[in-house]
Design a protein around this ligand. Structure first.
Ligand SMILES: [Zn+2]
Length: 397
């Protein structure tokens, strides 16, 4: 796989040969929203182009093979808009929430021996309403040491969330962005024009939580967008690029009015992310969307891959393919290491491309398989349960 997540060509979860829930597919798992069609490419490993391969859905009432047509083998060549060696799978029925079937690849004839299997999970579309807030930050002694930057436009925010939706299609979740942006102003910040995270984590950070407490809209996912996020002190060593907090986590922090110059408003549910950056041009729309999607997953209770945080992050190909890897973007081999985000040569071979020159994108897979020894597997089921429980909804006074 290469490049940004594609809603019609989702990443497959090929963590071993473990089954998802219903199984027992002896192969990878892919997700599709009911009523939509995705494509999955078959890789011929030491198999001739002339070999005839027939994809067959075991339960076409759940998902059917839309192309190639029934009784027709895969063609290694493109056919009009159809990509060569791709199986086009249409989600037929989600059975109430999620249903699963298997697509089998038969050799030689449609009832020939099975040489590969793919589990297909068909999801009911879950829609989450999003309110975006654009936040202007001011300090007490205007030093003008940071430009306020141009105003974020609703078009740019829309572009960002369109990409977030490409990532979440594999989980059957869609984010519906309110047309109007809300504009917020926060005074008494450490520095003008930037969110400065001062604690080790943003969980109980005054500026972060103050930003996330600005006019939260009930029952919606509130996204707070700033020009730049910086961290000072111990936080700088961790390198926080964004932050997302679920209801359960937010409840752990009580208000503390004794803190100055900003009183601590208590833990709040929300996400903060930088969408525009005057200093570094690598905050592209793609890296914003990747980061926002990662933080949204935290709001829907997902943790980092295998619960590994910096500097103990897991470095293997599977970990690097996941959206919930602790790093949201990586530097190239040529760039000097920034905050420990330089990656091993193995991860650079995964091939997700670059957000912008020199900034390597990690993967955007959300795991659908259950792996007993990987604490954070089964991500899509966790996400969907959290969405139903509205863990993204703000705490209201
Ligand atoms: Zn994270």
């Amino acid at each position: 796989m290469t490049g940004f997540a594609d809603a019609s060509a989702p990443d497959i979860d090929d963590h071993g040969f473990t089954k998802t829930t219903n199984g027992p597919a002896r192969g990878p798992t892919v997700g599709v929203i009911a009523g939509r069609t995705i494509r999955v490419r078959v890789v011929r490993d030491r198999l001739s182009k002339e070999a005839k391969l027939f994809p067959v859905a075991v339960n076409p009432a759940v998902a059917k093979v839309e192309f190639p047509e029934d009784g027709t083998p895969l063609s290694p060549d493109d056919n009009g808009t159809r990509h060569g060696d791709c199986v086009y799978i249409h989600g037929v029925s989600h059975g109430g929430d999620a249903a699963e079937t298997v697509v089998q690849l038969h050799f030689g004839a449609k009832d020939g021996p099975i040489i590969a299997e793919l589990a297909v999970r068909v999801y009911k579309l879950i829609s989450i309403n999003v309110q975006a807030h654009v936040v202007d930050l001011f300090d007490d002694n205007p030093r003008n040491d940071w430009p306020a930057g141009p105003k974020l436009t609703s078009k740019r925010v829309e572009q960002g969330f369109a990409l977030v939706n490409q990532i979440y299609a594999q989980a059957g979740i869609h984010f519906a962005l309110a047309k109007e942006l809300m504009h917020e102003t926060v005074h008494h910040c450490e520095r003008r024009g930037r969110l400065t995270i001062q604690g080790l984590t943003p969980d109980d950070d005054v500026e972060t939580q103050t930003v996330m407490s600005q006019n939260p809209v009930p029952d919606k996912l509130n996204a707070y967008l700033v020009n730049i996020i910086a961290s000072s002190g111990v936080a700088a060593a961790v390198g926080v690029g964004g932050f997302g907090q679920s209801r359960d986590k937010a409840r752990k922090f009580a208000p503390d009015p004794s803190r100055t110059p900003l009183p601590f408003p208590g833990g709040q549910v929300g996400l903060v992310a930088a969408l525009q950056n005057e200093d570094k041009d690598w905050v592209t729309i793609g890296s914003f969307a990747h980061l926002a999607a990662h933080e949204i997953a935290h709001m829907l209770t997902l943790e980092h891959y295998n619960k590994r945080d910096t500097p103990f992050e897991q470095e293997d190909i599977w970990a690097d393919r996941c959206l919930m890897h602790v790093h949201a973007s990586w530097e190239s081999l040529e760039a000097p290491p920034l905050l420990g985000q330089k990656r091993s040569s193995a991860s650079r071979q995964v091939g997700y491309g670059q957000f912008s020159p020199g900034m390597i994108s990690p993967g955007q897979l959300l795991m659908s398989k259950l792996r007993p020894k990987l604490e954070t597997s089964f991500e899509i089921t966790t996400l969907r349960k959290a969405a139903a429980a509205k863990t993204f909804a703000p705490l209201l006074p």
